[in-house]
Ligand binder design. Structure first.
Ligand SMILES: *[C@@H]1O[C@H](CO)[C@@H](O)[C@H](O)[C@H]1NC(C)=O
Ligand SMILES: *[C@@H]1O[C@H](CO)[C@@H](O)[C@H](O)[C@H]1NC(C)=O
Ligand SMILES: *[C@@H]1O[C@H](CO)[C@@H](O)[C@H](O)[C@H]1NC(C)=O
Ligand SMILES: *[C@@H]1O[C@H](CO)[C@@H](O)[C@H](O)[C@H]1NC(C)=O
Ligand SMILES: *[C@@H]1O[C@H](CO)[C@@H](O)[C@H](O)[C@H]1NC(C)=O
Ligand SMILES: *[C@@H]1O[C@H](CO)[C@@H](O)[C@H](O)[C@H]1NC(C)=O
Length: 423
């Protein structure tokens, strides 16, 4: 049972008329979720039918978020069952995580599905979900780190801390510590440090070209420290590939060359989601996150394109030919900042942050939501990937494929809609 956007809406908006109230479906959140489910998205399986342990599925099922929130909001068990079936596709009855999961690759990406394991354990009491969560927790215990202590994004990305990894790994780290290890002060301090190091090492400052005050994609800062450190563990030097890493790392702080919309989005979502979970006894975690969020929130507001209200794919190269407005990052910003204001993490005394997010949301709905003839909606303009395997420069980012119904964008739109509909 899908609700359709009235087909007259685009015509009327061409005439400049405001028709949102009658043209919109009752809930874009529900529409986005039901459309993803109808397409079988985020269910732990690849289109080929093989199991996959994917952060995109984690974002959609999203334990505390997405489908789970919709389940709590509507009481519709379809959402819960979909989450559970998705996890059962990647966790054997004995708790082994299977599919394409590779423990020794030490990638933070699959760990994003972990909060869902914890949620299902709490809901069902079935030990396989706890066993699966324990596996990710032990992965983090062995996760390679820079000399400063930042988790590498993956073993193969030598010494690289990625903004993306904070959403993939640290949301789970927090959920796990909260659920099973709440008095582990070392863990709370470690989570705090993951956020802080990433922030300090990648934030643009006034001396940066085209400064936006936002965060570069990733940091290799500790490379320098590692090479100078007298207490250097052997593995930090073994396999060190200067020619590869030097391609994009800045000579001073080691950051990547551009502010990429989605990386900043992952980090912002992690800030608000972890703030929501962090208990009182989590040491400096809350104050650290609140500080970072309050630095970033007005910068995100100000970095929006003044006409459309949304953001360029490469934020540091506004209006440059081939740059475009990207939809997953925008949805992430809307979700994170509306939630930040709603929960009082960011004070929005003049209402300018909420106003900016509303403007962006309206643009998203008008331009990126497509009503399909089968009653589902589609979501446009999400960039497929943005890796740093190569140069990580402007030309690299703008040459990446743009997807329809990419789950990274659709799931973020579901989250953004949940927040927008609470306004
Ligand atoms: C629950 O959600 C599913 C789709 O996800 C929908 O088909 C069904 O009608 C919903 N049930 C209720 C009672 O709203
Ligand atoms: C868990 O179950 C799977 C599938 O049946 C099996 O291949 C695997 O060996 C089992 N692992 C353990 C540790 O028992
Ligand atoms: C798992 O990852 C390790 C480290 O990257 C790699 O050496 C190994 O070949 C991978 N295993 C599989 C089955 O892909
Ligand atoms: C507490 O957290 C630290 C850091 O993650 C970890 O090394 C340690 O094993 C944890 N302690 C317990 C009892 O789980
Ligand atoms: C500001 O950023 C530039 C470029 O990354 C860097 O060289 C400089 O050390 C930074 N200054 C501070 C105070 O962080
Ligand atoms: C600054 O932004 C302009 C406009 O988008 C762009 O053409 C230029 O390349 C950018 N400069 C740097 C150093 O990134």
């Amino acid at each position: 049972m899908f609700l359709r956007v009235a087909t007259v809406a685009p015509l009327l908006s061409l005439l400049g008329l405001v028709v949102f109230s009658e043209a919109r479906p009752q809930s874009y959140a529900v529409w986005a979720a039901d459309s993803g489910i109808a397409r079988g998205q985020g269910n732990g399986l690849l289109p080929s039918g093989l199991p996959t342990v994917s952060y995109e599925h984690g974002e959609f099922q999203a334990s505390f978020w997405g489908l789970r929130l919709l389940y709590e909001l509507t009481g519709n068990k379809t959402y819960f069952d979909y989450i559970q079936a998705g996890v059962d596709n990647i966790v054997f009855p004995n708790g082994t995580i299977h599919g394409d999961y590779n423990f020794t690759a030490f990638s933070q990406d699959p760990v994003r599905t972990g909060p869902t394991f914890i949620y299902l354990f709490q809901q069902t009491g079935e030990s396989k979900y706890k066993t699966a969560a324990d596996t990710f927790r032990s992965q983090l215990n062995g996760q390679p780190r820079t000399a400063q202590g930042q988790f590498w994004h993956k073993l193969m990305y030598f010494n690289q801390g990625w903004l993306d990894g904070i959403y993939m790994g640290e949301v789970f780290y927090t959920a796990y510590t909260n659920a099973f290890d709440a008095n582990n002060d070392t863990a709370w301090a470690d989570i705090t440090s993951q956020f802080k190091l990433m922030f300090d090492n990648t934030l643009q400052n006034a001396t940066a070209p085209n400064n936006t005050g936002l965060m570069y994609r990733l940091s290799l800062v500790s490379l320098f420290i590692d090479l100078c450190s007298s207490q250097l563990p052997a593995r930090y030097i073994d396999g060190y590939d200067f020619s590869h890493t030097a391609i994009w790392a800045s000579p001073d702080r080691g950051h990547s060359p551009e502010v990429w919309i989605r990386a900043q989005g992952w980090y912002l979502m992690a800030l608000v989601d972890v703030l929501e979970m962090a208990p009182a006894n989590s040491g400096a975690l809350k104050t650290t996150l609140l500080h970072n969020l309050n630095v970033l929130a007005p910068k995100i507001r100000d970095a929006a394109d003044p006409t459309s209200g949304v953001w360029w794919l490469v934020i540091t190269q506004a209006r440059r030919a081939l740059n475009y407005f990207e939809s997953s990052g925008a949805a992430m910003y809307i979700y994170a900042l509306l939630k930040a204001v709603r929960l009082g993490y960011v004070e929005d005394a003049d209402g300018s942050i909420v106003a900016a997010m509303k403007k962006a949301y309206n643009y998203a709905v008008e331009n990126w939501v497509v009503s399909n003839s089968d009653g589902t909606m589609s979501w446009k303009n999400t960039v497929h990937v943005g890796s740093l395997d190569t140069t990580g420069d402007f030309n690299y980012y703008v040459s990446q494929a743009v997807d329809l119904d990419d789950l990274k964008g659709l799931a973020a739109f579901l989250l953004a809609s949940l927040e927008f509909e609470k306004l």
